[in-house]
Design a protein around this ligand. Structure first.
Ligand code: HEM
Length: 360
């Protein structure tokens, strides 16, 4: 697309660093470099350690589990690339052909034994293992935008949403104060509420929410957001909450046992003026969308010893051909996921709530 008006002449320093990191190994030093660029390491500033401390203060301590999206299940399968994504990025993940994937379905929130519920945000995390040995890791949610735009707002929102020990519910006054300070969150929550949830994991659309820059063979970088769009028909979540505390995961287990479950990877290309640094704002309709291939989920494994257990789906583990944008959430996520990973890997973990082998 040589006449594409959206070209970034200068990639950010952070973006260049990610590109130079080449193979998608989780490099703590690289995460540290981003943290420093984002001001995470400045004295007295919010850093990854304080962020994860706050998750633990709000949700309690759950050794061995992820500090967010704590209830989940691993999956394995493959991605069949259509070759169309190669127009946007040199990453080998977009070469035509099939490659293995490791992933994880989860519910947002830091409670590993939480009951499934109609309002729980669902997620899909994925590692593409491309033919050149490179890795692309991405973690997506089934909401249209993210509620906050930077790390400080995320940190403050966690506190505002902390259940009051007297009522077991968040204090509405604290949330009101937060929303008054963050009108972008109030706007994002209205968009999230307006979009109905699907009935299960298998028929949900999962969105990147953050923007990355896809770099083509001519070194033209374009902003891209992406989605996993299900082959299974969308059915809205029925009213009411089933008694089974694992009803969403049990339905997923039954669905995968029945036959492989598929999604299309759809890349949406931003235009000049589309925000790249604010995940609370959706891009306008009518953007160029590219069908990059089909994801097939073949099997589920519990995360006590499944392949996803020892993976941190850090959004800055990127292959050559994809780099960071100026979205401040990316570096915040990278640092927080790394700290969560370090803590959970050093702890003994009780069995997970979701056990696909035995039925959960
Ligand atoms: C400052 C903002 C954010 C913070 C502090 C944060 C924090 C975390 C943490 C600590 C984990 C657990 C990581 C691990 O132990 O492996 C996690 C997982 C996850 N986060 Fe975030 N997150 C943020 C923003 C986002 C955004 C914008 C998305 C958008 C899609 C997102 C989607 C996910 C998903 C899907 C997972 C589950 C990954 C898995 O299954 O392993 N997060 N987050």
């Amino acid at each position: 697309m040589p006449d594409d008006p959206y070209s970034f002449a200068h990639l950010t320093k952070a973006a260049s660093l990610v590109r130079l990191s080449g193979v998608g190994i989780v490099l703590v030093s690289i995460a540290g470099a981003f943290a420093a660029t984002a001001g995470w390491l400045s004295p007295g500033r919010l850093d990854a350690d304080r962020m994860i401390d706050r998750f633990e203060a709000v949700n309690g301590e759950h050794p061995g589990f992820r500090r967010n999206h704590a209830k989940g299940v691993c999956f394995t399968g493959w991605f069949e690339s259509s070759g169309n994504g190669a127009r946007l990025s040199t990453a080998a993940v977009f070469w035509r052909g099939r490659m293995p994937v490791i992933g994880r379905f989860a519910l947002a929130g830091g409670l590993p034994m939480m009951a499934d519920g109609p309002a729980a945000v669902r997620s899909m995390a994925l590692e593409f293992q491309s033919p050149d040995g490179d890795r692309w890791r991405t973690a997506m949610n089934d909401i249209p935008v993210f509620p906050v735009k930077d790390a400080q707002a995320f940190y403050d929102q966690l506190a505002a949403g902390k259940p009051d020990p007297r009522t077991g519910r968040p204090d509405p006054a604290a949330m009101q104060v937060f929303l008054a300070r963050h009108p972008e969150t109030a706007r994002a929550l209205a968009l999230i509420k307006a979009q109905p949830f699907s009935s299960g994991f298998g028929n949900a659309t999962y969105n990147s929410l953050n923007t990355l820059l896809f770099v083509d063979g001519a070194r033209v970088a374009r902003p891209v957001r992406w989605s996993m769009v299900p082959h299974d028909t969308f059915v809205p979540e029925p009213a009411g909450k089933p008694a089974d505390p694992n009803y969403l995961f049990d339905a997923l287990i039954a669905r995968v046992k029945d036959s492989p479950v598929q999604w299309r990877l759809v890349l949406t290309v931003g235009q000049p003026g589309d925000p790249t640094d604010d995940a609370t704002v959706p891009w306008p309709e009518g953007r160029n969308r590219i069908d990059a291939g089909v994801l097939t989920v073949m099997a589920l494994q519990d995360e006590d010893d499944g392949a996803c257990r020892d993976i941190s789906f850090d959004p800055l583990v990127l292959p050559a051909g994809i780099t960071a944008s100026d979205d401040p959430l990316l570096s915040a996520r990278s640092g927080a996921y790394s700290e969560s990973f370090t803590r959970r890997e050093g702890e003994a973990k009780p069995p997970s709530a979701v056990q696909p082998g035995t039925g959960s």
